[in-house]
Write a protein that binds this ligand. Structure first.
Ligand code: TPP
Ligand code: MG
Length: 283
């Protein structure tokens, strides 16, 4: 049964708790970008995307999602577990040897929900385009979604893929850019600015939507629904989603420092206080 907005909002807090506990347990992983993308994942899996369980690799007649910025695997894994793709307890195995939950997603462990390996930035848009074209060939009217980091957009392959998708009218694809203006070494504007991203994406032939409140669940659902309404019109669709790296934990916001760093015991305890739930369903 589908969850109410209130239930989904409380789930966003649970997912944030999962993310921090997962990276804390192994003292490694990427909490910052993960925390910023919680509303996107919750909107996608809780409201917007049409998918079936049990998971099948082929995903015929269902929407597909490809995570291109694979380092934010904690938010991906927590979301998949909380939406019943695999047991929540398995989050305990994150980044452990022989786990299905590797630091960067891979397919050979067979984790339900994961259709591509990612982590090497820049590749996921090309995969999503291939899957979208495959759906057209199959007469499958479902949609393909993908997520990309803004720092990831510095990869040349992304721009080849953008050009290719517009030329081939891949209009069953909704790509989203996690526009947090942070990357591993600092602010995107300082490291290698994307300039006027909206104008660039438009010039590459895409329909471009913007959402300033990427950490407001209802706003994210609304922009994804708007994007859906723009599909089937001869152009691929992209959402520039403003998010806050580290969102939900005060000392993790306003900096790139938590891109790939785990909290220590004290920091975890402090963060958990800020992510209070009356009845947490921690694994
Ligand atoms: C091809 C490639 N080059 C470099 C890296 C190392 N790397 C991992 S995350 C990252 C920063 C990416 O920035 P962004 O996509 O904005 O992610 P965020 O920091 O916002 O989570 C880099 C350079 C990588 N994973 N793949
Ligand atoms: Mg970023």
């Amino acid at each position: 049964m589908s969850k109410s907005i209130e239930e989904l909002k409380s789930l966003t807090t649970q997912i944030r708790r999962d993310i921090l506990r997962m990276v804390h347990a192994v003292n490694s992983g990427h909490p910052g970008g993960s925390l910023g993308c919680v509303e996107y994942f919750t909107a996608l899996y809780g409201k917007v995307m049409n998918y079936q369980l049990p998971f099948t690799m082929e995903g015929k007649n269902e929407d597909l999602f490809f995570l291109s910025n694979g380092h934010i695997s904690p938010v991906y894994y927590s979301t998949l577990a909380r939406f019943d793709f695999f047991p929540v307890e398995e989050l305990k195995t994150f980044r452990k040897l022989d786990s299905r939950l590797q630091g960067h997603p891979t397919t050979h462990e067979g984790l339900p929900g994961v259709r591509i390996a990612s982590g090497s930035l820049g590749q996921g848009l090309s995969v999503a385009i291939g899957a979208a074209l495959g759906k057209k060939l199959d007469g499958d009217a479902s949609l393909v979604y993908s997520l990309h980091g803004d720092g990831e957009l510095q990869e040349g392959q992304i721009w080849e893929a953008l050009m290719y998708a517009a030329h081939n009218k891949v209009d069953n694809l909704i790509a989203t850019v996690d526009y947090n203006n942070r990357q591993i070494d600092g602010d995107v504007d300082d490291v290698l600015s994307l300039g006027d991203l909206h104008a660039k994406l438009e010039a590459f032939g895409w329909t471009v939507l913007n959402e300033k409140n990427g950490n407001d669940l209802e706003a994210v659902i609304a922009i994804l629904e708007k994007a859906k309404a723009e599909t089937g019109k001869g152009k691929p669709v992209v959402i520039i989603l403003n998010t806050e790296m580290g969102n939900g934990v005060d000392f993790m916001m306003g900096t790139h420092a938590w891109h790939g760093k785990a909290p220590n015991d004290e920091q975890l305890a402090k963060a958990m206080e800020q992510l209070y739930l009356e009845a947490p369903a921690d694994y």
